[in-house]
Design a protein around this ligand. Structure first.
Ligand code: GLA
Length: 389
């Protein structure tokens, strides 16, 4: 049975089968290039996946929500009063849902009543593929649709990001929520995070696959280190602003950065800014190469992105470095890099179709030998964004 049909059944068993019951989906994402640029005013290039969070919902007449997540059945049915929500940093699935309601209200998107909901995910959690953004965006489309709220999907992305920042205490940029809300089949989204201007770029991969490799590790410093990187980038920016007229690190090209880099007092902050500036320029170049059909150039830039994340931004880890380095050696691999926030999670690789089997076998074997761990593979299928089904 398809997951959504199972959820529908579960919903009716738990909450009854009367009334207007609606189904929704919001995807996770994989970022092809442009990492840790989204809070630095740079570009990103993610696509929405076919994996994500499914939900079944029906409005209620009072202010209560009753939610059940079949992925975490031990949590039971969670009940809350939507007039009494309070920010916290627990990071549990219902906190991400609650945060979106809270943020909607804060921005004048009135949520008149609660709703009953059953949800579940078909994607690996904690793997850097944005399961949390997918929960936020499924919450946003539920509210928008159930209560006929007049807002765009870009607004849904913004509410998701702000809810994560302000309700859940995670200072993320907008990439993940934007990709989940705005995904398009067979395309990646070239997004300028400074202006939110975006362009759908067809992937046109005729003989290649996008292979995601899950390292199956998530190091505990991920959240705090993320917020540290943001602060270090901001310090670098304010040092630079004393000598050059810029709003964000994304305003600089490589030559201008090199010219003024000495204005950044702290060595670590200078390295962070070097990554942010060069990664943004790499992303622009990579998209240009893809549009011209030059996949080799795209792949090379992916590899350079990994090196910069490893050495300058220092958000990789031993396991991701092994996965990338092993991938680079395999014939038919066009490019490979860590994807997402880092400190574990996944790599993304572009691999020639006829090399995929060998890629999986070789990586699985060598990764196991070097780490003792079993990695997992998914073929990414660029898909539509959050929606009512
Ligand atoms: C996480 C954040 C995003 C982005 C990436 C790194 O996924 O949620 O906003 O900063 O890390 O590119």
């Amino acid at each position: 049975m398809a997951l959504i049909d199972e959820l529908l059944k579960e919903f009716k068993e738990k909450f009854g089968d009367e009334g207007d019951i609606r189904c929704y989906f919001a995807p996770g994402r994989v970022n092809l290039i442009g990492e840790h640029t989204d809070y630095n005013g740079g570009h990103v290039f993610p696509c929405a996946l076919s994996m994500g969070n499914y939900a079944v919902a029906r409005k209620r007449d009072d202010k209560i929500v009753r939610w059940f997540n079949a992925t975490y059945p031990n949590d039971g049915v969670q009940e809350a009063d939507i007039t009494k929500l309070a920010p916290n940093d627990n990071g549990i699935w219902y906190d991400y849902q609650q945060g979106v309601i809270w943020e909607f209200e804060k921005h004048g998107y009135h949520v008149p009543s609660g709703y009953d909901m059953v949800m579940a995910s078909d994607m690996p959690a904690g793997s850097g593929l944005s399961a949390s953004a997918s929960i936020e965006e499924v919450a946003a489309v539920i509210l928008r649709d159930l209560f006929e709220i007049d807002m765009t999907m870009v607004d849904c992305a913004k509410m998701g990001q702000l809810s994560e920042n302000e309700y859940n205490g995670m200072n993320c940029g907008i990439m993940d929520q934007f990709a989940s809300a705005m995904g398009k089949k067979d395309c990646a989204i070239f997004l300028d995070t400074a202006t939110l201007k975006y362009d759908y770029v067809p992937l046109n991969l005729k003989n290649e696959k996008i292979v995601i490799t899950n390292s199956k590790v998530k190091h505990s410093l991920a959240g705090s280190a993320y917020n540290d990187r943001r602060r270090e980038s901001e310090t670098a920016l304010s040092d630079l602003q004393k000598v050059v007229d810029i709003q964000t690190l994304g305003d600089l090209d490589e030559a201008t950065f090199d010219k003024y880099a000495d204005a950044i007092a702290d060595d670590t902050c200078r390295k962070r800014a070097h990554h942010a500036v060069y990664e943004n320029q790499r992303t622009i170049k990579a998209v240009d190469a893809l549009k011209k059909g030059d996949l080799e150039a795209f792949g090379k830039l992916m590899n350079e992105s990994h090196v910069s994340l490893r050495d300058d931004y220092e958000v990789s880890c031993k396991e991701l470095d092994i996965l990338a380095a092993e991938a680079w050696k395999i014939p038919g691999v066009i490019g490979s890099r860590m994807t997402g926030g880092g400190f574990g999670g996944c790599t993304v690789s572009i691999v020639k179709e006829d090399a995929v089997e060998n890629f999986k076998e070789t990586i699985a074997k060598n990764y196991k030998e070097q780490t003792g761990l079993d990695c997992e593979f998914y073929i990414a299928d660029a898909s539509e964004g959050a929606r009512r089904l």
